[in-house]
Design a protein around this ligand. Structure first.
Ligand SMILES: O=C1C[C@@](O)(C(=O)O)C[C@@H](O)[C@@H]1O
Length: 515
């Protein structure tokens, strides 16, 4: 158990007794404080197997026998068996016994309550297909509370991250210990932020076992939720997809390194405008913005920094503590352009043809940009500000044209990308998602034309060495990984999040050693 009293619980669903015991040992090794034994998952013939499981448990346990699930219907589990198992668990004095509100009657609950000595009773309810308003959830809680439960649990299916807001409000206000857990990828932050809002426990899965749940190792090592308290400021990456981001691995340890009480979580957001309508509290203090929301983010801000405004894309938002206003910035532009400049300067210095340090090594060069989304806009404006001639390629030609016009550049049809070679020594920058995990066998540009480029940059950073960069290196170009842009944009973002702190050496070391 951590400093805030929050328990980390691993739900285990194995068919065999030995499987359950092995999974329990694993959960223990990965830092779980307790396990939820979903005994309805076991294909046991005898209740004696459950008895053995409980007796041989190596961690405190919740014994749960769900009847209200698709699996229960398949396995013909019935209420009589369920009650037998729960009675047995109480007789064996297991730490927690969980029963479903919609299955077990008040009469059953009373009977089971009478049986227990020190076990705590969790009464749970599964809500699917209903949009969970705060009122609705509150009503369920009130009726569950009247059963005399020690702990109440809500299992909610969420379609959008905004569905979690009423759950956070309830966690804060509920008078009885409350567990709120969710089903679906959009619910991930309910477990990561639960402890901040007063949740009784957080669920973590064994490596990769349950989609939508954080892993036990990430709860323990990345988020360290045991340190979280009501004052912890929430930061997050608003993106879709979001799972590829290394942001949580970078920002969370860095917050701890500088002693800043913050947590940085992935936020799988479908509609950014709706997101900011719902999450208005000062608890949600700052955001990174990723694909595909960077352009739409501009309109969500109350104030936008002039650079971000001219680019038309925001990748960083800070909620101003004094008045709650959302202020938008762009840290991608300087990050990507300085990464390219530094690599060229290094190359020129090595070749002893160094130019005057005060002019950009990009000045006057042909800058070929692939992708006209948020990241592409930042690169195009950055290149233009350094005096480059910008050529924009984008699958949607209209967007390519609009961006090219904005930077006095030229839009070229996407079909010509593989043969485009007006001169030698150009710079190529990929700002599209082509080549990003899981599509690592793809490259936006064929290798035959790469010899025309002096430098190739890829904004994709997962993987660090994309197919494009591998082929560019083979063709003799200087290559700059998106990881360099990632770290630089994150450093400035971190300064904005924390009002000036940025442990550069620490953050660079993390990226080098752990990613
Ligand atoms: O483009 C990126 C990458 C990012 O989306 C991420 O993957 O963590 C975070 C954003 O701030 C940044 O602009």
């Amino acid at each position: 158990m951590g400093g805030n009293g929050v328990l980390v619980c691993a739900p285990l669903e194995c068919e065999t007794l030995e499987g359950m015991l092995a999974a329990m040992d694993k959960a223990k090794a990965q830092g779980a404080d307790l396990v939820e034994l979903r005994v309805d998952a076991m294909s046991f013939g005898l209740v004696s197997e459950v008895e053995e499981l409980i007796r041989r448990r190596t961690l405190p346990a919740i014994v749960s026998f769900r009847l209200n699930s698709a699996r229960a219907a398949q396995k013909h589990n019935d209420k009589t068996t369920c009650l037998r198992v729960l009675r047995l668990a109480l007789e064996l004095d297991v730490e927690f016994v969980e029963m479903e509100h919609e299955v077990v009657s008040h009469f059953d609950i009373d009977e089971l309550m009478d049986k227990r000595s020190s076990s705590k009773i969790i009464v749970s309810r599964y809500l699917n297909g209903e949009k969970p308003s705060k009122e609705k959830l509150g009503n369920f809680i009130a009726s569950m509370q009247s059963s005399g439960a020690d702990v109440i649990k809500l299992l909610v299916e969420v379609d959008y991250i905004t569905d979690l807001a009423p759950i956070f409000q309830l966690l804060t206000s509920c008078q009885v210990p409350l567990i709120a857990t969710t089903v679906g990828d959009r619910g991930l932050i309910s477990q990561l932020l639960g402890p901040k809002f007063g949740g009784f426990l957080a669920y973590g899965s064994l490596e990769g076992a349950i989609p939508g749940l954080p892993t036990l190792t990430s709860l323990k090592q990345v988020y360290k939720i045991e340190h979280m308290n009501a004052d912890t400021k929430v930061f997050g990456l608003i993106s879709n997809p979001v799972g590829h981001s290394k942001g949580p691995l970078l920002h969370n340890p860095s917050f701890r390194h500088v002693g800043f009480n913050g947590i940085y979580v992935p936020m799988l957001v479908d509609d950014i405008e709706e997101f900011f309508k719902v999450y208005t509290s000062q608890d949600f203090a700052g955001f990174s913005v990723g694909i595909p929301h960077k352009e739409a983010a501009v309109a969500c801000c109350d104030e936008v920094h002039p650079l971000a405004k001219s680019i038309g894309a925001v990748n960083t938002i800070v909620r101003r503590p004094t008045d709650g206003k959302l202020i938008g910035y762009n840290t991608d532009c300087e990050a990507s352009i300085t990464a390219i400049e530094d690599a060229l300067r290094e190359r020129h210095a090595a070749n002893e043809e160094a130019r005057a340090m005060d002019s950009s090594p990009i000045a006057g060069k042909a800058f070929v940009l692939v992708g006209a989304g948020g990241a592409g806009r930042a690169l195009a404006f950055g290149a233009k500000s350094r005096g480059a001639r910008v050529f924009v390629f984008n699958r949607n030609f209209k967007r390519a044209k609009a961006l090219a016009n904005a930077v006095s550049g030229e839009a070229v049809r996407y079909e010509h990308l593989d043969t485009f070679c007006p001169e030698q020594g150009m710079i190529l920058a990929n700002a599209s998602v082509v080549g990003m995990e899981p599509h690592t066998d793809k490259s936006p540009v064929s290798k035959e034309v790469l010899g025309a480029y002096e430098l190739v940059f890829d904004a994709v950073y997962t993987p660090r060495n994309t197919k494009l960069l591998q082929e560019a290196a083979q063709a003799g170009a200087v290559v700059v990984s998106g990881m360099e842009m990632f770290i630089r944009q994150a450093l400035n973002q971190f300064r904005l999040f924390t009002s000036g702190l940025a442990p550069e050496e620490f953050m660079r070391k993390l990226v080098l050693e752990q990613f």
